[in-house]
Design a protein around this ligand. Structure first.
Ligand SMILES: [Fe+2]
Length: 156
């Protein structure tokens, strides 16, 4: 769904583009998770997809970088001409990116789905996702029932 021009730009600008923890492989997994969850939550799939590619793209290190979400949001705004989004969708994307590290609740199904999609991939660093930090019923179910294979397209 992401266009080649945007992907090339991210490759050029994201310091951790090739990182297995916060780079392109994580972004692709977040997109996959988000598109799966959107079937249940009704989230805006375009916003979910762009969130996957922007939320960690401005990280400066793998560890303590609390402002990276806000920088990702700013980066998305700076390149809005490359995004196929309305002003309202762009605002949602920016809220999702800015807030994704702080764990506040969001009343917006799209923002909450973005955060769940990211958190369901926390297993990559050896942490088991906990349903208490997830928002949607399907994300909570996946964590509670240890059903992560459903996200990989494996049937139950
Ligand atoms: Fe992430």
């Amino acid at each position: 769904m992401i266009n080649p021009r945007l992907l090339a730009l991210l490759k050029q600008d994201a310091l951790l583009f090739n990182s297995p923890v916060h780079g392109i492989s994580h972004w692709e997994t977040v997109q996959r998770n988000g598109l799966y969850l959107a079937q249940f939550t009704g989230a805006d799939v375009q916003v979910v997809s762009y969130f996957a590619y922007f939320h960690d793209c401005m990280r400066e290190n793998e560890y303590d970088d609390p402002e990276h979400g806000a920088r990702g949001s700013l980066y998305a705004k700076q390149h809005k001409h490359l995004l196929d989004l309305t002003a309202e969708q762009l605002a949602m994307l920016c809220r999702a990116c800015s807030g994704h590290t702080f764990g506040r609740k969001s009343a917006c199904a799209t923002v909450a789905t973005c955060w769940d999609a990211d958190r369901l991939d926390i297993g990559r660093v050896g942490i088991v996702p906990n349903s208490k930090y997830l928002f949607s019923d399907e994300a909570k179910r996946i964590a509670d029932e240890d059903d992560f294979k459903i996200l990989r397209g494996v049937c139950r």
